[in-house]
Every structure is written in C-alpha cells, then in structure tokens.
Write a protein that binds this ligand. Structure first.
Ligand code: GLU
Length: 382
C-alpha cells in the first residue's frame, strides 16, 4: 500500500462480545489491533467505530439481548462502555498505541457547528497519534435523536473526516444476492449501485442493531462522499489489511466518481429533516438542469416547524424527493410568504430580502442513486 489511507473501521457487537457469556473477546481484539498497529506504522490513519457496549453491559444489569428493553439497553451501554474501552486500552498498549473515546449523538452530525467541532477533535487525536474509538452515546440518546446503528454512524464518521475507506467487519464475508443460508445465494464482489440489493437484505443480527440493510445504507452514504466501502468477515488474522490488499474475499462498494463536496454531502446525508417543501414539476426539472434557487413563487405546499438554516426535503408534485436544501426562513415566515403571494416580502416580514427560500449554493440535487430511506412517508398540505 503506497498511498496514505484514512480508514474508518466498523466493528459489530458479535465480534466483540462472546455470544453466551457476553464478555469481551480478547482474541479478536488482539488480531484486530495488531493489524491496526501495522496499518498505522505504514502511515495510515485508523478510526474505529465500535459497537459492543450494550452487549457487554447486559450481564452487569442482569439482562439478556432477548429480554432487554430500551432503558435496559441504555443502562447496559453505560456499564459496557468502560469495559469495552478498557479492553481496547489494554490491547492497544500491547501493540504500543493509545486510544481515545469519542461518544457522539445525532446532533453532533446534524448541527453544522457541532459537526465541525467534532471533526476538529477527531483530527486533533489523529495528529497526536491517538486512535479514536467512536460509538453512539446510547445512554442519553432517545429514539428521536439517535443515528440508531453503528453502520450508518461509521459512514457518517467516514464522511466527516474525509476517509478513503470504510471497512465494515461483520460475521459474513460480504454481500449476497439473497439470504446467504440459501444454497443458491451468489456472492457479490463489487457493487456500484446499492439500491437493487436492498430488498434482498432485510433482517437483523441478534447482538447488534444493524443488518445487511443498514450496511448498504451506510455504503450508499459513503459512496456519495467518495469513500470506498468494504464489507468483510472479521473473524480472521489481519482482518483489515487482507481486505485492503485484495488477498481475501470481501464486497467492495465503489465510491461515486463525482462525489459531493463536504458541504453538499452534509446537506444531503441528513437523518433528520426539519420540514419539507413541494415545488411544481417544472421547477423541479429546472433545478435538475442547472443550479437555481427555490423562490417564494415556486412553492406549492410545505410542512414542518423549522428555523433558518434547517435542512428541508424538496419534493416534486408527484411526491418524489428531488433535492435537499437549507431554508433561509423560519417555517412561520415561509407560511406568511406563501399565503400572501401578492404582498411584498419586506412588508410581510419587516426586513429586506431577495426572496430566495433556498439559495442555489445551499441546495443539493438528489440523484436517483441516493437512497431515500430517511424521507418522511407523508407530506401534509399547506
Ligand atoms: N451502539 C451500540 C453498542 O455500542 C451498537 C449499535 C450497533 O451495533 O449498530 O452496543
């Protein structure tokens, strides 16, 4: 490997926690961190996105993966996190490097200022030669403010730090065109478009939160940010370098040839949107032809409570999401503007404005290859 890589590695709970005992699997950690140490010694940056806190904490609070409800899992995460990080710390020292914990919530990605701050901290750790270990702060996150699974969390981290590679280590050796238990199932070595595989990959793992579906969603986010995703079995020696040097089987999801810029990628890859606009078909088509702003007269209907700077879904009149963009107005202002189309904006709002609801440089068109798993199901009329 000659080119320096910036590698984000997602490690599933089943690799880290013994299924029966729910204790740390030191053998796996040793194989993993030995490989991490080699990659680091070759000048690469490595960031781990590690699951396992819930699985490792369950025994401490007297629960099992089957019995635990949400608040049990939140408590288990609080118990398991120090256990997990302690295991990483000990094994990291065996291989001569330091680790640090970075606990994130959805807001750290969705709020642009927090996003930049988090990114700076991760870069500062890398600069100090410390390996960041990221996880979601499950103890304090509720359903509304969580990413929810570490596959997509890892993709968001990869996008945030401008990674070259995202390696998702799991219990299977990659993607199959149907359930891998089916003898007819065919292994897929390389993927350009993830959408055709989504239907074949429903179903979840027992210890973690994700399944192949969330891995493909993660790969889709990563490819739009120009990151190569690898989905591979973690249970081997040199689990990372054998993927990167192509010496063992893994599924490679290719990056988009024209990745989005950091800013556009931040706008497009939101998990939570504050609201939505519906624009006429002709407006949506014009947007697709060349960047233009969304103006007051373009809006047919809107939904949601949002403030200036929130990201909105932009639909055409057939209900197809065509773009995402940052609103220059609050939802209240926008309602006043759209309900009174013939009155000057200045008169309605009390200040001067060019009347651009979403400026063209704050607008990202969604190509058909962008998966819309995060779009709301219904849109209310104005
Ligand atoms: N954050 C969870 C944990 O540390 C795991 C989520 C997942 O596996 O996707 O246990």
């Amino acid at each position: 490997m000659t080119q320096k890589r910036n590698i984000v590695v997602k490690i599933g709970s089943a690799l880290l926690a013994n299924q029966e005992m729910l204790t740390p699997r030191y053998g796996f950690l040793q194989r993993l961190l030995e490989d991490v140490a080699n990659l680091r010694a070759q000048g690469n940056d490595v960031i781990l996105c590690s699951s396992g806190s819930v699985a490792l904490g369950l025994r401490i609070i007297g629960e099992t993966p089957e019995s635990a409800g949400i608040s049990d899992k939140q408590a288990a995460a609080a118990c398991g996190m120090p256990l997990l990080l302690n295991a990483y710390k000990q094994v990291g020292h065996e291989f001569g490097f330091e680790i640090a914990q970075v606990l994130l919530t959805l807001g750290d990605f969705e709020d642009h200022r927090r996003f930049l701050n988090t990114r700076n901290t991760v870069h500062r750790l890398l600069e100090a030669n410390v390996m960041p270990i990221v996880n979601e702060n499950d103890t304090i996150t509720t359903e509304e403010i969580r990413v929810g699974d570490n596959d997509r969390l890892a993709a968001k981290v990869a996008q945030m730090v401008g990674a070259t590679d995202l390696i998702i280590l799991t219990g299977v050796d990659g993607l199959y065109d149907r359930n891998p238990d089916d003898p007819e199932a065919k292994f897929i070595p390389e993927v350009t478009e993830v959408a055709p595989f989504m239907a074949a990959t429903k179903g979840k793992s027992t210890l973690g939160t994700g399944g192949m579906e969330t891995k493909l969603q993660a790969a889709n986010m990563a490819q739009e940010a120009g990151v190569t995703t690898w989905i591979a079995q973690g249970e081997v020696d040199r689990p990372l370098s054998t993927v990167l040097d192509g010496s063992r089987r893994a599924t490679k999801v290719l990056p988009h040839p024209n990745p989005l810029s950091g800013w556009d990628s931040w706008i497009a890859n939101r998990l939570q949107m504050a609201g939505s606009l519906v624009v006429a078909e002709a407006v949506a088509d014009a947007l697709a032809e060349g960047k233009r702003p969304i103006r007051r007269g373009d809006i047919i209907s809107m939904d949601g409570d949002f403030t200036r700077g929130d990201v909105l879904h932009i639909y055409d009149s057939k209900g197809i999401e065509r773009a995402r963009g940052l609103s220059d107005f609050t939802s209240e202002e926008l309602r006043v503007l759209t309900h009174n189309p013939d009155t000057e904006a200045e008169q309605l709002l009390g200040y001067k404005t060019r009347g651009e609801i979403v400026r063209s440089n704050n607008l990202v068109l969604l190509e058909t290859r962008h998966l819309l798993w995060d779009a709301p199901e219904t849109i209310n009329e104005l």
